[in-house]
Design a protein around this ligand. Structure first.
Ligand code: ATP
Ligand code: MG
Length: 245
């Protein structure tokens, strides 16, 4: 880790950079993941590096959608594994949903390293891609999924998703819940619920929301009133107003 002083105005952002770099060094994050992270950082800057009301609205809808799912699944890539291993495992435990490794760049046993990394953090159920389960409408190796996981799922929670696969999952009739800082990405536009926030802030809030929901009655009404389009529009308006000014 670099020695960023706590007093530095960009301390949190720089600490996250260290975490993602450490992910690359451990072999769980792809070097390409650094570029995706950089794009995320830019949008985080634009939204003011805080969870905004449009993200809270989406988190509520996401919690309901995931609780109502018959077969929810949590798809994990190298950035998510590096940034929020504990929170993603907690989410799986609360939802009783398995985690499934699904990545674009499969160099040097990275899938196994991610699985091991999650298990080291206490995950019990980590599904891996197989050739028995294959997604339609997609050509990259991200089409290889687990028959009991993403293939069977009705709701897929997939933070920091690639647009191609999000579209493929939707075409297959699955609901997609994503976390993506860019309200203009294809993922953000095609997902059923898009949480426009940094995954490090959004996941603890989502876990909390689900815990509170399951104590009360889970309501369909939240979903009936939810518009992902409206959430994306609010985010864009927020950005154009100048979050920091
Ligand atoms: P798309 O394929 O959906 O059009 P893209 O090609 O622009 O998106 P990808 O590299 O496929 O981008 O996916 C990475 C996405 O993850 C980007 O939209 C980026 O803003 C977002 N992102 C990166 N880091 C974070 C983070 N920590 N929290 C939330 N979102 C993030
Ligand atoms: Mg992409």
């Amino acid at each position: 880790m670099s020695d960023v002083p706590k007093s530095h105005p960009r301390y949190l952002s720089l600490t996250l950079r260290d975490t993602i770099v450490a992910g690359v060094e451990k072999g769980i994050t792809s070097i390409h993941g650094l570029i995706a992270h950089g794009r995320g950082e830019a949008y985080d800057y634009l939204i003011g590096e805080k969870t905004q009301p449009f993200a809270k609205t989406a988190i509520r809808a996401a919690a309901v959608m995931l609780c109502l799912a018959e077969h929810p699944i949590i798809s994990v890539n190298g950035n998510v594994a590096a940034l929020v291993p504990q929170d993603i495992i907690e989410l799986g435990q609360i939802l009783k949903a398995p985690l499934e490794v699904n990545i674009f760049h499969t160099e040097s046993g990275r899938e196994q390293k991610i699985q091991q990394h999650l298990q080291n953090h206490g995950a019990s159920d980590v599904l891996m891609p197989t050739t028995e389960g294959q997604l339609s409408y997609i050509d990259s190796n991200r089409k290889f999924v687990h028959p009991e996981g993403i293939f069977k799922a009705d709701v897929v929670f997939v933070p920091l998703e690639d647009g191609d696969r999000c579209e493929a999952l939707r075409k297959m009739g699955k609901d997609v819940v994503t976390v993506d800082l860019n309200p203009m990405s294809r993922t953000a536009k095609h997902a059923s619920v898009t949480i426009i926030d940094n995954v490090v802030r959004a996941l603890p809030l989502l876990c909390h929301e689900i815990k509170t929901l399951s104590e009360n009655a889970t309501t369909q009404k939240t979903l009936a009133h939810y518009s992902n389009e409206a959430v994306l529009k609010e985010a864009l308006q927020h950005i154009s107003r100048g979050a920091n000014g």
